[in-house]
Ligand binder design. Structure first.
Ligand SMILES: Cc1cc2nc3c(=O)[nH]c(=O)nc-3n(C[C@H](O)[C@H](O)[C@H](O)COP(=O)(O)OP(=O)(O)OC[C@H]3O[C@@H](n4cnc5c(N)ncnc54)[C@H](O)[C@@H]3O)c2cc1C
Length: 363
């Protein structure tokens, strides 16, 4: 007998898991099918930030308030069901590195309505007080609400939470979906799935599917390195966003430096070029630390995004029961849960999709 389900979701990353969760909140069943393992894609990244002030000017991101509320609530929910601690509410420092940059960031800050307590402008002296020795010119921002997440551990805990909620996750399968009259059939090794709806949440491999090869996606490889500090060298508890980021997961002697931004890449592994790039970035942000720390691990992942750097959600023009939920770029944590709730609301209650993320912008 085939497994019958309302939704079959391909991909067990932030996108796939968040959508299954949001659909379950509306009493719809899902089966997630993952071709490798949970978090095998970009969502296996070991250190990531929930940072609502991004880009050169540290602009407030799209739907920042709603996104932050959704991810904070979800982290809390998943954490309360897990013994592994995978996130920290440790704040985020954003120093300017050049006079001009400081001026633009300050202007942007003054012209933005930030929720109370989210984002404060600090003078150079104040930034140095928060983090002695950090490279800073003319001030910067302090975001007490910044979160640091071990995305890979979060994803694994999230999957366990969903399995307890009776969402089935099948790994190591790569079925070719067959469109039947009003449903999809997916032949797995030991079973068959019959799904009313099929969702591709397959991250950077989306364009390799003949259903979606017309979608303009940009894949950018990113490498991260875990550094170990020498004992007694500078210690700090917050994370930093400056020339990439330094994610502080609260381990006494280690931190993660991210990330490279490789538009052209020939392989998906970390390499020596990535390491020296990350070292340079670390030297520019925390000059005193670079000479006192060594790389103990290195990873690579691929972020997938669209020409307007917004995710892509919606129904295939030729199949009314085929969906795409992807394109989270380097903001999967911030955007994933909120947009999963938005998409579920759209499917069930006919709420119009935000035009910025609607797949129809490419039709
Ligand atoms: C170096 C780096 C640093 C990052 N830093 C941050 C950060 O600081 N903050 C932040 O918010 N975000 C960050 N991100 C981005 C974030 O990790 C991604 O936006 C997010 O993980 C994307 O999730 P996803 O589920 O769309 O894709 P993925 O996590 O890639 O998941 C797709 C899944 O689909 C599976 N799959 C593919 N094809 C098939 C198929 N045919 N059938 C079944 N399964 C399939 C893959 O194996 C994979 O597990 C970073 C990403 C990288 C690479």
């Amino acid at each position: 007998m085939p497994h019958q389900t309302d939704y079959c979701i391909l991909g067990a990353g932030i996108a796939g898991l968040s959508l299954a969760d949001a659909l379950a909140e509306h009493d719809l069943s899902s089966i997630i099918v993952e071709k490798e393992t949970i978090g095998a894609g970009a969502s296996g990244t070991p250190g990531g930030l929930v940072n609502p002030a991004t880009g050169r000017r540290a602009k407030k991101t799209w739907k920042a308030e709603q996104c932050y509320e959704a991810i904070s609530a979800n982290l809390e929910k998943v954490q309360s069901h897990s013994n592994t601690s995978f996130y920290r509410n440790n704040g985020l420092l954003r120093p300017a590195l050049l006079e001009k940059m400081a001026q633009k960031m300050k202007e942007q800050h003054e012209n933005t309505t930030w929720p109370d307590g989210w984002c404060q402008w600090k003078s150079e002296g104040e930034i140095q007080e928060i983090h002695p020795g950090i490279n800073c010119v003319d001030g910067g921002l302090w975001l007490p609400i910044g979160l640091t997440v071990d995305i890979g551990s979060y994803i694994k805990a999230y999957a366990r939470y969903l399995e307890n909620e009776e969402i089935k996750i099948i790994c190591g399968e790569h079925p070719y979906p067959i469109a039947e009259d009003g449903y999809w059939l997916l032949e797995l090794e030991e079973t068959t799935i019959k799904a009313n709806q099929l969702v591709f949440a397959t991250g950077h491999t989306i364009a390799t599917s003949p259903f979606w090869d017309w979608i303009p996606l940009e894949n950018i490889k990113g490498q991260l390195a875990k550094f170990k500090k020498k004992r007694g060298s500078l210690s700090f508890s917050h994370s930093i966003s400056s020339l990439g980021y330094i994610a502080n997961l609260g381990e006494e002697d280690t931190f993660i430096q991210g990330s490279t931004y490789e538009h052209d890449f020939t392989h998906l592994n970390p390499d020596g070029e990535g390491e020296s790039y990350l070292r340079k970035r670390l030297r520019r942000t925390l000059p005193q630390l670079e000479g006192h720390s060594k790389v103990i691990d290195q990873w690579a992942g691929v972020r997938t995004s669209t020409p307007n750097y917004k995710p892509i959600l919606g129904i295939h023009p030729a199949y009314s029961n085929l969906h795409l939920f992807s394109g989270f770029g380097s903001k999967g944590l911030l955007l994933g849960k909120f947009l999963a709730e938005h998409y579920a609301d759209h499917l069930i209650n006919n709420i119009p999709l935000y035009p910025e993320v609607d797949i129809n912008r490419f039709n």
